[in-house]
Design a protein around this ligand. Structure first.
Ligand code: SF4
Length: 223
């Protein structure tokens, strides 16, 4: 089993409710969306920072497995791109530490394949301004949150990236749709947006655990 991976490295988690924990990051190549604010760099080759090696894609499951087994981290972040494009690969990984899935939550069938092996889910809910065909995407997102919902064995939270100008009603609607499936909703301002007052107002109005968390790694200047 192989997967296309663009980077493997250790760093701290810079987003969401586990911000600051040390993780091994497996950054998968390619994504099924093209969001307006996407800052993910893609390269044809894989840079394994742990061993300071550049590898040709695809990368074998055994190679990734060895890195996971040698690492001493809080958890392994499966990020991208969109990691659910490699659900069959992920399903075969055996990890001594929890697997932390960072997903755009638009691939419900792939989510079904990994629902028993991921321990944390940091799931995006895109706002309509970020993507085309939002009407179709939003239904798939709700379905994916339902598949990977928060349970006693899996912590699932939602992340909504909020630009400076946004619709309150849209965020309130999203929160109602997924509130039952997540432990928390994270409002993440687009880097540089000056919308803290509005986000705090939303935090008050959404009847759920809501946290306002910026992309901390950008302020620290780390990956
Ligand atoms: S889902 Fe993430 S990786 Fe994919 S286009 Fe959007 S921001 Fe980029």
């Amino acid at each position: 089993m192989e997967a296309e991976i663009s980077e493997i490295f250790e760093s701290i988690q810079g987003e969401g409710i586990l911000v600051g924990v040390r993780q091994l990051f497996i950054r998968f190549r390619r994504c099924n969306l093209s969001c307006s604010y996407c800052d993910t760099k893609t390269s044809l080759e894989c840079f394994d920072q742990i061993n300071n090696r550049i590898l040709k894609n695809p990368i074998s499951k055994e190679y990734v497995q060895r890195l996971i087994e040698r690492s001493t981290v809080h958890s392994v972040s499966l990020t991208g791109g969109e990691p659910l494009l490699y659900a069959d690969f992920i399903r075969q990984l055996k990890s001594p530490v929890p697997l932390y899935l960072e997903s755009n939550m638009t691939l419900p069938d792939a989510a079904r394949k990994v629902k028993r092996c991921v321990h944390y889910v940091a799931g995006d809910f895109k706002l309509s301004a970020a993507i085309n065909n939002w009407g179709e995407i939003k239904e798939k997102t709700i379905e994916t949150f339902k598949v990977l919902k928060n349970t006693r064995k899996r912590m699932t939270f939602a992340k909504i990236v909020v630009p400076e100008k946004f619709s309150f009603d849209e965020v309130l609607w999203i929160s109602e749709q997924i509130g039952d499936y997540v432990c928390s909703i994270v409002l993440q301002p687009v880097f540089g947006a000056k919308n803290l007052k509005e986000l705090m107002e939303l935090q008050k109005r959404i009847e759920h655990d809501v946290r306002v968390v910026p992309q901390v790694h950008k302020y620290l200047g780390v990956m």
